[in-house]
Write a protein that binds this ligand. Structure first.
Ligand SMILES: *Cc1c(COP(=O)(O)O)cnc(C)c1O
Length: 385
């Protein structure tokens, strides 16, 4: 990319190793869920920690849906969901016939505000789905205490949070009922489309393995490897088509091996930005909790009142200077379906409503060159000085 070309907000960090692995999978004669998906799951489980079942799926949305199903959330139940997230986190609650109850976020981290959450608990509340926004882990100790006090299941939306260490262990292991990662094209590691469920309970893991493939008790690769006839299987439920292909898993295995190096690069980008912007009229993103690491999936600046231009004008100016920016997220209480379905008002979510107006995400992908990082820095300085 030359210095005059437009710098997109996000570009996947894919190299010859990923391309080679996908080509090799294509030549192998096995394209759907098979040896690469099994190896990807085993390698991912090794990173997350022993005792956790890791189950590959074709998106995080699918993974969140399967987790709610396995935990037994259904009609009449309520699930606490931050308003500051992608629509996936809430839509899966509707898939199982339950109702999301939206919760405001903490002003510093933009993660779910547990004080607001406790005010929204009712006798119907069954679960909470926190999001580790931008890769900054929620306080999992407080989360576990909150869930215990209200007798709630916990499903972590870790779409931004791989690889992240929090309170001495990887996000993916710990006290929660399930943790779900995304391998969408712009996420911290990618398979194009894909996701992974990390779950400790072996019975729920078995349910998820069946439900990700039509509710069939043995997947096609198990049947292929087994000594029993490969045509024989049992349908135990009306399941879904949520399995990850082997071509995608082959890409994921290479990305997994590079995940720490890519995270280190994003941390370097974030540190470079925060150094350069410390005297500008902006609020910088908060760092991780003490002892934790940060995934730096997103680098989110917040413009101060005296910035001299609005967030929308800032994004427009940055585009004119050749830099793509984005916004994470338009709060769900502002989206027509959620707003109208649940009669949501801005004043119920004062933090999300006001922070949304001044948030902007800068490019912070691991394959950015030093020259591109410098271009973003000088464009931001031009807009705000
Ligand atoms: C990207 C994202 C998802 C959905 O991930 P998919 O793999 O695209 O289904 C869910 N939650 C959050 C917070 C996300 O950013």
């Amino acid at each position: 990319m030359t210095s005059t070309e437009f710098l997109p907000f996000a570009v996947p960090d894919i190299g010859e190793a990923e391309i080679g692995a996908v080509v090799e999978a294509m030549r192998s004669g096995w394209l759907t869920t098979g040896p690469n998906a099994a190896a990807f799951e085993a390698e991912f489980a090794r990173v997350i920690g022993e005792g956790t079942h890791c189950i590959a799926v074709n998106s995080a949305t699918a993974g969140l849906h399967l987790a709610l199903d396995a935990i037994g959330i259904g009609p009449g139940d309520e699930v606490l969901v931050p308003t500051w997230t992608f629509t996936s986190t809430a839509e899966v609650v509707r898939y199982v016939g339950a109702d999301p109850v939206f919760v405001d976020v903490d002003k510093d981290s933009l993660n779910i505000d547990l004080r607001h959450a406790s005010a929204r608990v009712t006798p119907r509340t069954r679960a909470i789905m926190p999001v580790h926004f931008a890769g900054r882990a929620v306080d999992r100790g407080q989360l576990a205490a909150f869930a215990k006090a209200h007798d709630l299941a916990v499903i972590e939306d870790a779409a931004h949070a791989f690889p992240v260490r929090s309170q001495g262990r990887m996000v993916g292991s710990g006290d929660s009922d399930a943790v779900v990662f995304s391998f969408y094209a712009t996420k911290t590691i990618t398979t194009g489309e894909g996701g992974m469920i990390a779950i400790a309970d072996p019975d729920r893991a078995r349910r998820i393995r069946a439900m990700r493939l039509h509710g069939i008790s043995r997947d096609v690769f198990d049947r292929y490897r087994s000594t029993k006839p490969s045509w024989e299987y049992e349908v135990i439920a009306p399941g879904f088509k949520y399995n990850l292909t082997d071509t995608a898993a082959a890409m994921g295995r290479v990305q997994l091996a590079r995940a720490d190096q890519m995270r280190d690069r994003r941390q370097h980008i974030a540190a470079s930005y925060s150094d350069a912007f410390s005297d500008l009229p902006v609020d910088l993103p908060v760092g991780p909790l003490p002892g934790d690491t940060h995934g730096w999936h997103l680098y989110v600046l917040r413009l101060q009142d005296d910035a001299g231009l609005s967030r929308n004008e800032f994004i427009q100016r940055m585009a004119e200077l050749g830099v793509g920016c984005s916004v994470h997220f338009i709060p769900l209480h502002r989206q027509p379906y959620w707003r109208d379905r649940y009669h949501l008002l801005d004043n119920e979510f004062p933090v999300a409503s006001s922070e949304f107006e001044r948030c902007v995400s800068l490019p912070a992908f691991s394959s950015m060159t030093t020259e591109q990082i410098d271009r973003v820095i000088s464009a931001v300085q031009k807009c705000l000085r």
